[in-house]
Design a protein around this ligand. Structure first.
Ligand code: GTB
Length: 216
């Protein structure tokens, strides 16, 4: 059954593939599953039909064969479980790959998102300049820890997995200058971005932005 995702009709990332449909598209490409995308406006995201799929009025959602899911991590896990190549068959290795997915979303991502939100909504606040180094430091600690664990391995735990996919998806939202201070992580991201599945997913989301630009 061909799944349908929702994605921003007009993503604020301007085609950089930073919105959360990107990881889902990437996972679908990795397992070779064709999919459809329903683009939604901000107004549509907050309307009852979308809220029935995503209670928080956000993208992405996933619908296939009577199953409707929200939360990009849960969607990627579902895709990884239903197709080949993103989760090892060995039960222990599989559980470790899933641990990395959780680490991405609950340990690595929060300081990255907090920093980018602060830059958007607190920039003019009197405390912003004082708070910024603290936010940056929190990210830097996580990047250093992750880099130490990765060492000079290509992926976090054996073959590329849904864990790497989720970790890289989250790292791509960090400030490139901050990532550049951790060359092993910068190389890890570049390696992941060079994967044909990533390239196809990136091109598909970029095409949405390009079409929007062409239309007006
Ligand atoms: N935990 C949920 C998940 O993982 O699926 C979070 C989903 C979420 O944050 N969705 C965002 C959304 O719908 C889009 S991706 N926001 C609208 C709203 O809440 O009203 C987050 C995002 C947005 C923009 C950029 N950017 O411009 O770089 C990056 C990431």
């Amino acid at each position: 059954m061909r799944p349908t995702l929702t994605a921003f009709q007009a993503s604020p990332d301007r085609g950089r593939g930073l919105a959360r449909d990107m990881g889902v598209r990437w996972a679908l490409e990795e397992v070779g599953q064709p999919y459809d995308v329903r683009l939604v406006s901000f107004a549509e995201m907050k309307a009852p039909a979308h809220l029935a799929l995503q209670p928080f009025g956000q993208i992405p959602t996933y619908e296939a064969g009577g199953l409707s899911l929200f939360e990009s991590g849960a969607i990627v896990l579902h895709i990884a479980e239903s197709g080949p190549g993103l989760l090892p068959s060995d039960p222990h290795a599989r559980a470790r790959a899933i641990s990395w997915m959780f680490a991405a979303l609950s340990t690595i991502e929060p300081p990255i998102v907090e920093r980018s939100m602060a830059g958007l909504v607190e920039r003019d606040a009197p405390w912003f300049a004082e708070r910024l180094p603290l936010l940056d430091e929190r990210i830097d600690v996580r990047l250093a820890q992750l880099s130490r664990r990765l060492g000079d391995a290509p992926w976090l735990d054996g073959d590329f997995s849904a864990g790497d996919l989720m970790v890289v998806t989250v790292l791509r939202r960090a400030d490139p200058a901050m990532l550049a201070r951790h060359p092993a992580l910068a190389a890890y991201i570049a390696r992941a971005e060079a994967r044909p599945a990533f390239q196809r997913a990136f091109a598909a989301q970029l095409a949405v932005f390009t079409a929007l630009q062409a239309g007006g």
